[in-house]
Design a protein around this ligand. Structure first.
Ligand code: SF4
Length: 482
């Protein structure tokens, strides 16, 4: 039987996947192996996922971003799903989760695995529930059959809500928003109606055996995650987390890779505490957080409310951020929502990497800043997180090729471009460091040079007025009607 990355790492083997990951992250392959062997990082790589380019999830590596894709009862077609996969990978998703709940689940899942260069995750209970009339009719055998089939299809990681226990459910009484995880709510209903323990918990060792055979990575679901700030950090959330710690150790005993999912909705000042607590309870298993949203008041903008929490979570040690789109709580995201959600989360992930001092992370910022200061617009676009959007926004007001070297943009206008004024001052008087505490700034040539240098630059290529979408801009003032 083929062995898992974890088993091979423990045996001291640097696998081809570890070599590839080391190359992508610019790290020593032996360091990668050690992180995997210690369970501090995972490389989700189902043996049957041939199109995969291996990647790693762990706090010592670049913070990763997951994009959820998939259909719903209302919208289902294979081509549309593959377009979503393409959009997600194109805009920078490190993994995708196929959360389809509509028609043609097998066909869509197999196509996603076949075409995806990034790990594919699923939540198998979404398929299992479609085989029964009521959640209470789910059986352990049915759940295991679905999990095994998806493992055979090449799914790299699966969310398993095995931590929702019978004894936890009373702890959710009195919550403002109850149980908001889809998997968590289905299992809670099953437990209540059958009066028995969660079948994913009682069947956990069998799931481990399936995962070990195919090298599927656990993403231990937080079925009792808070769905509002009011419920954040309550007894139910942390009781489940303790169970996830126990399950982490069980999975590792079977040689199976594990990451752990986290909340949800958390006030900003408590995000870091949540990460530190998970790291302690789950022995450093990579933390995969869903946001968290740091306020509940902005439906339509929850890619922003959650990216704020995600950046803080990443800074505190979360290894992967599950994106949220502007449609969160409101509807199924389309391609443009996927783009906006991924941009928000890639910003959060990169901001976290800069803050934690990940080797090389700041180089990107420095390169873009240099291009910006040099008015090298094309390089600035190329380096931008979303190059197409950066150029579109620039070209809305200054579309001509001649503006790709212009020493201003339409934001401040040619007269008030502070970077140009600053550069002119430096050109006139040398670096500002020539100034010191004793310099009389009022009497210095630099002060003169820092006055708006009206008439000292060549504006012959700049039109007097630019009209865009009915709004007139003047080069030196911005909006003509300001
Ligand atoms: S005009 Fe303003 S925003 Fe545009 S490049 Fe100059 S300083 Fe930057």
């Amino acid at each position: 039987m083929a062995r898992t990355q974890l088993q091979r790492a423990r045996d001291g083997e640097v696998t081809a996947a570890m070599e590839r990951v080391a190359e992508r992250e610019n790290r020593d392959p032996e360091f990668v192996r050690q992180q995997v062997a210690d369970g501090q990082a995972v490389i989700p790589t189902n043996h049957a996922h041939d199109a995969l380019d291996p990647m790693i999830i762990g706090r010592e590596f670049a913070t990763k971003v997951n994009a959820n894709i998939g259909n719903s009862e209302e919208t289902s077609d294979l081509q549309g799903e593959l377009e979503k996969l393409h959009a997600a990978v194109h805009y920078g998703a490190d993994t995708v989760m196929d959360l389809s709940t509509g028609a043609n689940l097998d066909e869509i899942r197999e196509a996603n695995v076949e075409h995806s260069p990034v790990p594919v995750g699923t939540v198998p209970i979404y398929e299992a529930i479609k085989h029964v009339d009521e959640p209470a009719d789910l059986t352990r055998d049915l759940l295991l059959d679905v999990i095994e089939k998806q493992a055979e299809q090449g799914v790299d990681y699966m969310t398993i809500h095995a931590g929702v226990l019978l004894e936890h459910l009373p702890l959710t009484d009195g919550r403002k928003t109850g149980i908001v995880s889809r998997g968590g709510s289905i299992l809670a209903r099953w437990i209540e109606e059958n009066g028995r323990q969660n079948p994913l918990y009682t069947g956990f060792e069998e799931i481990c055996e399936i995962f070990a055979e195919h090298d599927v990575t656990f993403s231990l679901g937080d079925g009792l995650r808070p769905g509002s700030l009011a419920d954040a950090g309550d007894e139910a959330q942390f009781a489940e987390l303790d169970t996830l710690g126990e399950l982490t150790r069980t999975a590792r005993d079977h040689g199976v890779q594990v990451m752990v999912e986290g909340p949800g909705h958390v006030p900003m000042d408590r995000v870091a505490d949540n990460v530190e607590r998970q790291q302690e309870v789950c022995d450093g298993a990579p933390f995969y957080v869903l946001g968290p949203l740091v306020t509940d008041v902005a439906p339509g903008y929850d890619h922003i409310t959650s990216a704020i929490g995600a950046a803080e979570a990443g800074r505190a040690g979360a290894a992967m951020l599950c994106y949220v789109t502007p449609k969160e709580h409101l509807g199924l995201p389309d391609r443009e929502d996927v783009r906006d959600g991924l941009a928000a989360y890639r910003i959060a992930a990169h901001a976290a990497d800069v803050a934690t001092g990940l080797p090389g992370a700041r180089d990107w910022d420095d390169a873009l800043s240099e291009a910006r200061y040099a008015f090298d617009w094309r390089r600035q676009f190329d380096l931008a997180l979303d190059p197409q959007r950066a150029q579109e926004y620039h070209d809305q007001t200054l579309p001509g090729d001649n503006y790709k070297q212009a020493r201003f943009c339409s934001m401040c206008g040619v007269e008030f471009c502070s970077m140009r004024i600053d550069q002119d001052a430096r050109d006139a008087d040398g670096e500002m460091s020539a100034l010191d505490d004793e310099t009389d700034l009022d009497d210095s040539p630099a002060a003169e040079a820092n006055l708006p240098p009206v008439g000292t630059h060549d504006t012959s290529g700049v039109p007097e007025e630019i009209e865009i979408n009915g709004v007139t801009f003047t080069p030196d003032q911005g909006h003509a009607d300001d």
